[in-house]
Every structure is written in structure tokens, then in C-alpha cells.
Design a protein around this ligand. Structure first.
Ligand SMILES: Nc1nc2c(ncn2[C@@H]2O[C@H](COP(=O)(O)OP(=O)(O)O)[C@@H](O)[C@H]2O)c(=O)[nH]1
Ligand SMILES: [Mg+2]
Length: 341
């Protein structure tokens, strides 16, 4: 009988391919139970083999449908696939949108595919960290390819991109001003562009706009890296290694699966490119640096708040609110005040 109540029992079952154990482990991590950290510590050394693919883009471009098709291609090629869908939080229920789950159901029942939705409730940093942890667990569980679907809005896509080795940016024709849609910060994270809904009018205009952006985009690329708030200093160096890679533009029709094999080929080319150029090692360092920063930031904040007496904190907040103290001085006070006994 497998013991799902202990770290060793869960780990053993997970490594044996038990999907229920995998779900349990992820739940422990999402709910931050007492077993979460020991499980992460036990699994961390076992991860590092999977190829991690980020799929991002505006809502409605067809990301979920494309991920479904891509996972199907990988399954045909004998590879196992883990999918993490990060959905916009519904303003009413607080739950993930149903649509993604419904469309991804094609693959349900296949033991070579594991799909998990994570709702974007809570802070961005929290989600990015939880996502990184779940990626690691799927990696340790032996999935060959891990695909993360995120809605391309601002900071989160950059954070998730730092978790992926290959980032696919999905565009679609007819989303208004193509260049605007493309400009919104995705150019510098894209390793591959998928122009989905290639059955629709205007697809060639979108492809042309992308080609233009790519030919103009190089200097901006490095500059944007410097301004990316979450990115550690290693980023420009990490990316300079990638300069020999020109993001291919792949036309897809996700609903029929057309172009999905070509997209998978492009991803595999990029995977090989990263391995041969040393880019994978650089991205691993980048990932480690980003993750350490996220965890350290949370840890230091928690530790500081834990050792600061509630009255002192309230006192300082009042002082700042009354403008008797500026917030920078307040932070100095908090950081350098002797630990409470
Ligand atoms: N015509 C057409 N519709 C598509 C294509 N791919 C997806 N769709 C449709 O676009 C809508 C949004 O797709 P979805 O995968 O949920 O997009 P997401 O929000 O980016 O995940 C759905 O109604 C899909 O059926 C495509 O290649 N062509
Ligand atoms: Mg979706």
C-alpha cells in the first residue's frame, strides 16, 4: 500500500508515475501545507530534465487550443506532456475560467498528459513562485515537455518567461492594430511566434508586421531587458548568447491542428539550439537567480514582520501617515531595530 501521508511515501509514488500522488503533492504546494517545503526539497534534485515551454499572448488568440494541439503532437511523438494553465480570475467566482478545461479535455484520460489549472488569485509574485514550484514537480515526475499557458499581460508574462526555456508568443490576425498588440512587451521574450487563426483574413499582414518588428527590434531588446523590473543583472548577458537565434514565425490553425507539428519542430530546434549554444545553462542560472530573489524577498519580509512587535509597526505606520517620518526612514528603523524579545 502506498503511503500518501509522508514525504517519502508521496515522493516514491510520484516517481512511480502515480498521478494521484502527483495531484496531492501539487495541492500541498498550492496550499502551502507543512509538507510543502520538505516535498520541494526532496524533489528539487530530481528535476532539471524537462523542456519547459511558455505559451503566452493576448486573450482569445487561441493559446489553449494551440497548447492542446501541441500536446497532441508531442504525444504522437511518444513524449509525455505536463500542462499548466494560468487563467484569469473570474471576477465573480474567483475560480478559473471553464473554457480552458473544456477544450483541454481532448487529452484527458491519457496518462501521458497531466493538466493543471492555476487561478491567478493572490499576488503576482505568489503565482509566479507557485508556478515555478509546480513546474519543478512535473519535471521531477518525469514529464518530457512542460507547457505553461499564460495570458500575456505585463509583468507576469516576463516572470513566467524566465521559467521557460522556450517562449512561444501567440498572435492572431484581426486584433486591431497589429503592431500595437505586438509591441506590448512580448517581442523581447519571444523565441518563437505562432500566428494562429491562419484560416482568417489578415494573417499575412500580421506576419509582415512581426517580420518588421523583428528586423527593427534588436537594440530595443537589450534595453528592455535592463528595464525589466524582475530581471536580475545576468539577463542581458544571458540573452546576448541568444542573439544567433532569430525567432521563427509559424502560421497555425489550432482548431484543425494545422501547423502544430511545425510549431513543435521549431520548439525542438530551439531546445537543441539552447543546448548547443550553452543557452540552457545560462537560462538555468537566470531561473535560479530570479527564483532566489522571489523567495528571499518574501522570506526577509516575513522574518522582519515576525520580529517586529505589532505596536512598533503601528506606531511607525502612524508616524508615516502623519508625515512625522518619511517611509524610507521608517524602513531603516524597521530593518535596524533590535530584534524583539
Ligand atoms: N478560426 C479559428 N479559431 C480559432 C483558432 N484557434 C482557436 N480558435 C478559437 O478562438 C477562440 C479562443 O480560443 P482559446 O484557445 O480559448 O484562446 P486563448 O484565450 O488564447 O486561450 C475559441 O473559440 C477557439 O475555438 C484558429 O486557428 N482558427
Ligand atoms: Mg486560454
Amino acid at each position: 500500500m502506498m503511503d500518501f501521508t509522508t514525504v517519502s511515501g508521496l515522493t516514491e509514488a510520484l516517481l512511480a508515475g502515480n498521478r494521484r500522488a502527483l495531484s496531492r503533492v501539487i495541492s500541498h504546494i498550492e496550499n502551502n501545507t507543512d509538507l510543502a517545503r520538505p516535498l520541494l526539497a526532496a524533489l528539487y534534485p530530481l528535476a532539471g530534465k524537462a523542456h519547459i515551454i511558455g505559451v503566452t499572448g493576448s486573450p482569445g488568440t487561441g493559446k489553449s487550443t494551440l497548447v492542446n494541439a501541441l500536446a497532441g503532437v508531442y504525444r504522437q511523438r511518444g513524449l509525455t506532456v505536463g500542462v499548466i494553465a494560468i487563467d484569469p480570475t473570474s471576477p465573480f467566482s474567483g475560480g478559473a475560467l471553464l473554457g480552458d478545461r473544456v477544450r483541454m479535455r481532448d487529452l484527458a484520460g491519457d496518462p501521458g498528459v497531466f493538466i493543471r489549472s492555476m487561478a491567478t488569485r493572490g499576488s503576482l509574485g505568489g503565482l509566479a513562485q507557485a508556478t515555478a514550484d509546480v513546474i519543478m514537480v512535473l519535471d521531477a515526475a518525469g514529464f518530457d515537455r512542460i507547457i505553461i499557458e499564460t495570458v500575456g499581460v505585463g509583468q507576469s508574462e516576463v516572470e513566467i518567461a524566465s521559467a521557460a526555456y522556450t517562449t512561444v508568443v501567440v498572435e492572431a490576425p484581426g486584433l486591431g492594430d497589429e503592431v500595437q498588440a505586438i509591441k506590448a512587451g512580448v517581442l523581447e521574450i519571444a523565441d518563437i511566434f505562432a500566428v494562429n487563426k491562419a484560416d482568417r483574413e489578415g494573417v499575412d499582414r500580421t506576419v509582415m508586421a512581426l517580420k518588421m518588428m523583428l528586423s527593427l527590434g534588436a537594440p530595443e531588446k537589450l534595453q528592455m531587458m535592463h528595464h525589466g523590473r524582475m530581471l536580475p543583472v545576468e539577463m542581458p548577458q544571458a540573452r546576448s548568447e541568444d542573439n544567433a537565434w532569430t525567432p521563427p514565425i509559424i502560421k497555425t490553425i489550432a482548431v484543425s491542428g494545422e501547423g502544430a507539428a511545425e510549431l513543435a519542430d521549431a520548439i525542438e530546434n530551439h531546445r537543441l539550439y539552447l543546448e548547443q549554444s550553452g543557452g540552457r545553462i545560462l537560462r538555468d542560472r537566470l531561473r535560479a537567480a530570479t527564483e532566489l530573489r522571489m523567495i528571499l524577498r518574501d522570506y526577509l519580509l516575513e522574518e522582519l514582520l515576525a520580529r517586529t512587535p505589532q505596536e512598533s509597526l503601528q506606531h511607525i505606520i502612524d508616524a508615516v501617515a502623519r508625515r512625522e517620518m518619511d517611509p524610507y526612514t521608517a524602513v531603516q528603523r524597521l530593518v535596524h531595530s533590535p530584534a524583539a524579545s
